[in-house]
Design a protein. Structure first.
Length: 287
């Protein structure tokens, strides 16, 4: 049994007749962080968004023959032929009808919810019930994926939105690490702008600290993060914090010592709901 087969058996019902519906909803942190006021600049480049959207094709590596992959655009025949040639199955591709250049910034899950015909197709697949059990396998779970599950009647694989949002909150990750006695970098969890400014000053005055990073609770691809690497950076950060419209609101910020990357370990860990078993996917990358 291949690694992908083991993974699918672990996360789903384990039935050989299960049909999985895959989509890569990159950007879930923006939904989880909707109620968290932004303090740091949120810069988005359209070119970067298009590049990130292309990562949706990674689902083609997980899907088996008979599965469904939802993409913004149909992959090229050249790519599909190549994947088949090296042994990957050919899933069915669904493309939301609502996708167009004007809504390229929308998440794939939002596009699914706008497409009544696509939702109806999923609902009809699930209602057949004879041979195929349909399970939804998005990359992450937010309120959008829970609504897709509700409207299609298909089982959603993964923890509830509230749990995934809590786990992916960077402040909670640091708190858990500290409570478990795991090593963490020098730093502070701050709930006000004034606390963050004091934390930056504290690390700045530490002779062992050369660089400082300030992070919001939710963010990826450089969003919601500011690196202090010089006096100029420090002065700019103080201006940003001092003039921010949310400076008087409670927020979640982490101020930490920056460490240069030696090895980048990317993990996704799936914990079974009815046992203590876990399935981990990791990708080490040496810098």
């Amino acid at each position: 049994m291949t690694g992908v087969s083991l993974f699918k058996k672990f996360i789903g019902s384990g039935s050989i007749n299960t049909k999985h519906v895959w989509w890569l909803n990159i950007g879930a942190e923006s939904v989880w962080g909707e109620n968290h006021p932004h303090v740091l600049p949120q810069v988005t480049y359209k070119g970067n968004t298009r590049t990130v959207n292309r990562t949706e094709q990674l689902c083609l590596l997980l899907a088996s023959e008979g599965d469904i992959v939802i993409q913004r655009e149909k992959p090229s025949d050249v790519l599909l032929d190549h994947l088949q040639g090296i042994g990957f199955g050919e899933p069915e591709i669904y493309v939301p009808e609502s996708y167009g250049s004007e809504n390229g910034q929308c998440s794939i899950s939002e596009l699914i919810l706008r497409d009544e015909k696509l939702l109806e197709k999923l609902k009809n697949l699930n209602s057949k019930g004879s041979i195929n059990e349909v399970e939804l396998a998005p990359y992450a779970i937010t309120r959008f994926e829970e609504e897709i599950s509700l409207r299609s009647g298909c089982k959603l694989i993964g923890a509830a939105e509230g749990i995934t949002a809590w786990v992916n909150n960077k402040t909670n990750a640091r708190i858990l690490a500290e409570e478990l006695g795991l090593p963490v970098t020098e730093g502070y969890i701050c709930h006000t702008v004034e606390e963050a400014k004091a934390a930056v000053d504290s690390l700045k005055n530490n002779p062992c600290v050369n660089r400082i990073v300030v992070k919001e609770a939710y963010g990826a691809s450089g969003k919601g993060m500011f690196i202090v690497d010089s006096e100029k950076d420090y002065q700019l950060l103080m201006v940003i914090l001092g003039k921010n419209k949310n400076k008087d609101k409670r927020t979640d910020l982490i101020v930490e010592r920056w460490h240069d990357t030696l090895i980048d370990l990317n993990y996704q860990i799936y914990i079974h709901t009815t046992s203590r078993d876990a399935f981990a996917i990791y990708r080490p990358s040496v810098k």
